[in-house]
Design a protein around this ligand. Structure first.
Ligand code: ZN
Length: 177
């Protein structure tokens, strides 16, 4: 279980100045710095720390939060998601049903290795630059998701369990992560 799940719904005191969980004195002031503490029952201490650090950055003018006026939800979605990719992916699944037979027969039985085939697609993409191979790769990932092998499972994970990223995301550069 991740840290944030463990601490959910548990009340504790947090000092916004020290940015940590504290044991307050009788008057609910931080013993270290004398700031008023807050009671938290939803977020983990780590989430609180990030929130207050972000607040500091905003207050100091180092970071400007974009407002709803700057970007609407559909603007965000159209720049963050490709319906076209989904359409191409679905097309190819239909074609392969008629060409190769049902996914259940091919992947459910382990007749075709979806992950090794996915890797072939990625290699081919790297050689050619043709993004169609990425569409195929996504389909093989979906097929393995649908027909996992014994011992494989789906579980939502916290960001600290992510596989990692190569490069520096913009929010990491701005110290928001
Ligand atoms: Zn304090």
């Amino acid at each position: 279980m991740c840290e944030s799940e463990k601490t959910k719904n548990v009340s504790y005191y947090y000092c916004p100045n020290c940015k940590c969980e504290v044991t307050p004195n009788y008057y609910e002031y931080c013993d270290f710095c004398g700031s008023a503490v807050i009671t938290v029952d939803t977020y983990s201490p780590e989430e609180c720390r990030r929130a207050f650090e972000l607040l500091d950055l905003v207050n100091s003018g180092k970071v400007k939060l974009s407002t709803a006026k700057d970007k609407t939800t559909s603007d965000v979605i159209s720049s963050e998601y490709s319906e076209e990719f989904d359409r191409l992916r679905k097309n190819r699944m239909e074609v392969s049903f008629f060409k190769y037979g049902s996914a259940r027969d091919n992947y459910g039985s382990g007749r075709v290795d979806a992950i090794k085939t996915l890797e072939l697609c990625v290699e081919k993409f790297k050689k050619t630059g043709n993004t169609e191979y990425l569409v195929d790769a996504a389909n093989y990932a979906m097929l393995r998701f649908m027909y996992p092998l014994t011992g494989e499972y789906f579980k939502s994970t916290c960001s600290n369990e992510s596989a990692g990223i190569v490069g520096t995301p913009i929010n990491m550069e701005n110290n928001l992560l």
